[in-house]
Design a protein around this ligand. Structure first.
Ligand SMILES: [Zn+2]
Ligand SMILES: [Zn+2]
Length: 341
């Protein structure tokens, strides 16, 4: 089968490899229909992901069709349209024992620690497979994974209708956080430096958008919160400067959720954390939120269609590196598909 293999940082190629098989009775063999490319895939390609090992077939945002199931798989049958939760956990470590398998000590993420969906076929455990309706186009179904990330950040930040939330970053993930937070009734200010993304954020329901290159974000947040500061700040960029900014924007007794990741070291804002008694949370993939994410994606199809702005045919993809190029100036979701020809 064809697969995109990142052999080492900076090197990706389309290769012919042996297809996977359903070896375990709990396995589900999936034919990939669409795979979303996100910032973390670009990070894997550039060698900037702290978690990945090489060589790797990337692809953790995927939609497909079941082609075969092991004998113990009963919830899904060949022919079903599905999405895949990329989280694989051990079930026995402390995190797993306390119900937080998404940050399992032995966590493996499809497309990061194990080979992912940028291949014609993929075998995964039945626990990771969720059916979606046949009417959900595969290039939008891939958004279930980013949506689960947005939901997880809101769970971590305990977002509720009393919150005045600031989201730093209106890329695909920031916009998913926005949808999840609006569903919980929060008022949301979102910032970015790309006008196109901020325009999308308005369409996605932001109460306030701020171009932080053109105006002072701190002053805008102050106005938005009547001088108090944000009850919750969710950082969805992953740059040292925006991470430290997140702490400055939170009000006393507020919460800060760090979603963006960097392998650069950042300054630890001790005085702000203790002085304002901030709750600081990391947010990692998702913890059992796929059913909710699927429901959100099915409900918001027309909005999400505005975000997916480039579709590449997997079969005519010759230069694999081109899908990992940075797409500055766009919110840009590129989806590689095998199903539209
Ligand atoms: Zn992603
Ligand atoms: Zn575990």
């Amino acid at each position: 089968m064809r697969a995109v293999v990142i052999s080492k940082p900076g090197r990706a190629a389309v290769a012919e490899i042996t297809p996977p098989q359903t070896t375990a009775p709990t396995d589900v063999l999936i034919r990939t229909l669409a795979v979303g490319i996100c910032g973390s895939d670009v990070g894997i390609f550039r060698g900037k992901s702290p978690f990945v090992t090489y060589p790797r077939i990337p692809g953790h945002e995927l939609a497909g069709e079941v082609v075969a199931v092991g004998r113990d798989v009963t919830h899904i049958a060949p022919g079903a349209r599905v999405v895949v939760d990329p989280v694989i956990s051990c079930g026995s470590c402390y995190a797993c024992r306390v119900g937080r398998a998404n940050c399992c000590a032995n966590l493996r993420v499809v497309g990061v620690h194990v080979d992912g969906g940028m291949a014609e076929y993929l075998a995964v455990n039945r626990k990771q497979v969720y059916p979606v309706s046949n009417s959900l186009p595969p290039h939008l179904a891939v958004m279930c994974e980013p949506m689960s990330i947005g939901l997880q950040a809101c769970v971590r930040g305990r977002i509720c209708e009393d919150d005045k939330l600031v989201i730093i970053g209106a890329g695909s993930i920031g916009l998913m956080v926005l949808l999840a937070a609006k569903a919980k009734g929060a008022q949301v200010l979102i910032s970015d430096i790309v006008p196109y993304r901020l325009q999308l954020a308005e369409e996605f329901g932001a109460d306030r958008t701020v171009n932080s290159q053109q105006s002072d974000l701190f002053a805008a947040v102050s106005r938005f919160t009547d001088g108090e500061g944000a009850s919750v700040v969710i950082e969805a960029v992953g740059a040292p400067s925006t991470i430290s900014q997140a702490f400055s924007l939170a009000c006393a007794a507020g919460r800060v959720v760090i979603l963006g990741i960097t392998n650069q070291s950042i300054e630890f804002p001790l005085q702000k954390i203790i002085g304002r008694e901030l709750d600081v949370y990391g947010s990692r993939v998702n913890n059992g939120l796929f059913p909710q994410a699927i429901e959100m994606v099915e409900r918001h199809q027309s909005l999400l269609a505005k975000l997916v702005n480039e579709i590449v045919d997997f079969h005519s993809l010759d230069d694999a590196t081109r899908i990992f190029l940075d797409r500055p100036g766009e919110a840009g979701k590129l989806v590689v598909t095998t199903c539209y020809r």
